[in-house]
Write a protein that binds this ligand. Sequence first.
Ligand code: V0D
Length: 251
Amino acid sequence: MKIPFIHHKHSEESIHISEDHIPEHIAIIMDGNGRWAQKRGMPRVAGHKEGMSTVVNIVKAAVKYKVKVLTLYTFSTENWKRPKTEVDTILKLPKQFLHIYLPDLMANNVRIGTIGDIEHLPAHSREAVQYAVNRTRDNNGLQLNFALNYGGRQEILNAMKELFADINDAKLSLDDVDEQTFSGYLYTTGLPDPDLLIRTGGEKRLSNYLPWQFAYTEFWFTDVLWPDFSEKEFIQALEEYGQRKRRFGGL
Ligand code: V0D
């Protein structure tokens, strides 16, 4: 017997996402930008630039569906290993992005934050990002975090060293260290753990992204390359998330 194939349309009428099933915190690995450009005979950096307009579209979609926190993986500690010219061009993107889109983000009441070791970024990118963080600090809409010079193991080690220092200075007792205290030493202090991870570009791995915070996170992968990712796929991820039952290890 043939099993009928059900087509899922994405017209406005067929979207059913109930408000109470919207993930509070979504993390995204925006992969496939370089490949998107190479497929078109363009330099890889052209894909990174194209990826910036997807960032804005998805930020607006997140605002529309009332997501509270969106954390985007923009530059990992491993990305320094790429050719210097590519690294230099990528590190100019925050300033370019903010020059074009900061007014738009302000109008959408978006609050910008960062996770990662931003002290070791070139001054021009660090200063552009710090300006945007300050400019948006009183906004109370979507919390938009950019992971910049971020590495998950480095984050955990760094947290452990700071925690040890506080124990050494008698600011903290080893007996008081639990998951919550430890979380307070991570870059994500004060944020809820991500409910949903979206990774574009076909790879199915974490690439050192938020290893502590992803303990109970739902994963959603797509082959769509980041510059081609749109509200349509974003909604699909939200719908599938809404259908999953989360148990956090219980029944
Ligand atoms: C390249 C696709 C926005 C993925 C998007 C420095 C990788 C374009 C920012 C950005 C990058 C960062 C901070 C900020 C505002 C915008 C960005 C980088 C790469 C790495 F405050 N896009 N974007 N940063 N890409």
